[in-house]
Design a protein around this ligand. Structure first.
Ligand SMILES: Nc1ncnc2c1ncn2[C@@H]1O[C@H](COP(=O)(O)OP(=O)(O)OP(=O)(O)O)[C@@H](O)[C@H]1O
Ligand code: NI
Length: 404
């Protein structure tokens, strides 16, 4: 991995929302992360966590009713997205922000390419695979048609398509799912981008083919030094391919660490739960421990820590303190960040707080007792008026609607 100079891509406090009839969906709610040259950065989390919306936001590909409402996206020092406060006090797009035209012609494809889960959405069924690849190269790379054709065949070979000159003449439906995904990788690589965003590119494939594609990406990454953002819900894939990982939950990054750290020194209970629910060769299916409950809607996230209703470690304080992401450890000179108040850097409110599970049991016990006291509930109420950590608006807006 390259040295930690300037990151290739820097995302700061990115927020993307959908304005729907049912309300505002806070799909991406203040995430920050970096991608350095030559590294594969994972974006992992359950369905609905905001991984795809985050990825699309990076290229300003979010469609109405969606909109990036805050934050900054910088690529090689250029502002893909940025806001500043105007004289009227409102936020405006910054002057140095690239225009739509600039993003489309200079950034997309050439600098940052995208690979999606479903290749059929990106390939046109009525043209041959080769002609589509050739045209793409021709358009983006100032090559003659013949040169582009040669390049296209080379690229097909490069991504492991056997008999590339013959397969060049075939249509997308004549390719298997794995082969089509290889074509998309060829297309993404064709303009020699510095960064490829891959959104669950192997999810629809069977495990063997998935493994082959991952090996291919690993090889190509080593050869071309391309950086990747790899979106997946699968911790196994993360372990295989990523250098650093961002774990997303309900629009937020709750843990951020180099991959080995994430697995062997897990700092966030959600990451822990994801790891425990992952099939592993050393465990039987019966030992799998699915994450309890389902992720709530991004339209009305729980107050406090968004994971607290499902968290085995949750305490009373977790219901009201919305923890931002803080550095809780360092690994090989890199930060290990987590958004969980059980860590010392968040102070001792967690330590002093009553575990939620215990409280529930006590309340149940005192109820059957005839309820002679309010039990530990009293204690929790005396802790009101918190000051720390409440930077989020979520707390006040949705306070208490998740109590029961
Ligand atoms: N066009 C849209 N209109 C309204 N809400 C949307 C739209 N697109 C996405 N969302 C919402 O944004 C949130 C994040 O969705 P996103 O697709 O980013 O999740 P994801 O992590 O990629 O999940 P998956 O693993 O299923 O792909 C979800 O609550 C989703 O319902
Ligand atoms: Ni997605």
């Amino acid at each position: 991995m390259s040295s930690r100079s300037d990151p290739l891509l820097r995302v700061e406090n990115l927020k993307t929302q959908f304005f729907t009839d049912a309300g505002t969906v806070r799909a991406v709610d203040g995430i920050s992360f970096e991608v350095y040259e030559g590294e594969i950065v994972g974006l992992v989390g359950e369905s609905g966590a905001g991984k795809s919306v985050a990825s699309m936001s990076l290229l300003r590909l979010v469609d109405s009713p969606g909109q990036i409402v805050d934050g900054e996206i910088t690529y090689k020092g250029e502002t893909i997205f940025g806001l500043e406060e105007g004289p009227d006090g409102d936020l405006h797009e910054r002057e140095d922000m690239l225009t739509n035209e600039e993003v489309r012609t200079r950034i997309r494809g050439n600098e940052i390419a995208v690979i999606f889960q479903d290749p059929m959405e990106s390939l046109n069924p009525v043209f041959t695979v080769g002609s589509q690849l050739r045209e793409f190269i021709e358009l983006n790379r100032d090559l003659s048609s013949d040169e582009a054709r040669r390049e296209a065949v080379d690229m097909l070979r490069e991504v492991g398509i056997p008999d590339p000159a013959e397969r060049y003449e075939e249509y997308p439906h004549q390719f298997s799912g794995g082969m089509r995904q290889r074509v998309l990788i060829a297309m993404a690589l064709a303009c020699e981008p510095n960064l490829i965003i891959a959104d669950e590119p192997t999810t629809a494939l069977d495990v063997t083919v998935e493994g082959q594609i991952i090996d291919l990406v690993d090889d190509l990454q080593a050869k071309y030094g391309t950086s990747f953002i790899w979106v997946t819900h699968d911790m196994g894939v993360v372990a295989e391919i990523c250098d650093r990982v961002n774990v997303m939950y309900l629009g937020e990054i709750v843990e951020q660490a180099p991959v080995d750290e994430l697995f062997y020194d897990t700092k966030h209970p959600y990451t822990e739960a994801l790891l425990n629910s992952m099939p592993r060769p050393d465990r039987t299916v019966a030992e799998l421990d699915p994450i309890r409950g389902v992720m709530p809607e991004a339209i009305n996230p729980p107050a406090g820590c968004r994971f607290h209703p499902r968290c085995p470690d949750a305490r009373e304080a977790c219901k009201r303190i919305h923890p931002e992401n803080r550095e809780v450890a360092r690994a090989d000179g890199q930060p290990h960040r987590a958004a969980c108040i059980k860590h010392d850097v968040f102070g001792d409110e967690y330590e002093e707080s009553v575990p939620l599970e215990e409280r529930a049991q006590e309340t149940a016990a005192s109820a059957t007792d005839g309820g002679e006291s309010e039990g530990s509930g009293v204690e929790s109420r005396s802790q009101s008026g918190s000051e720390s950590g409440n930077t989020s608006k979520a707390g006040s807006q949705h306070g208490g609607d998740d109590r029961e």
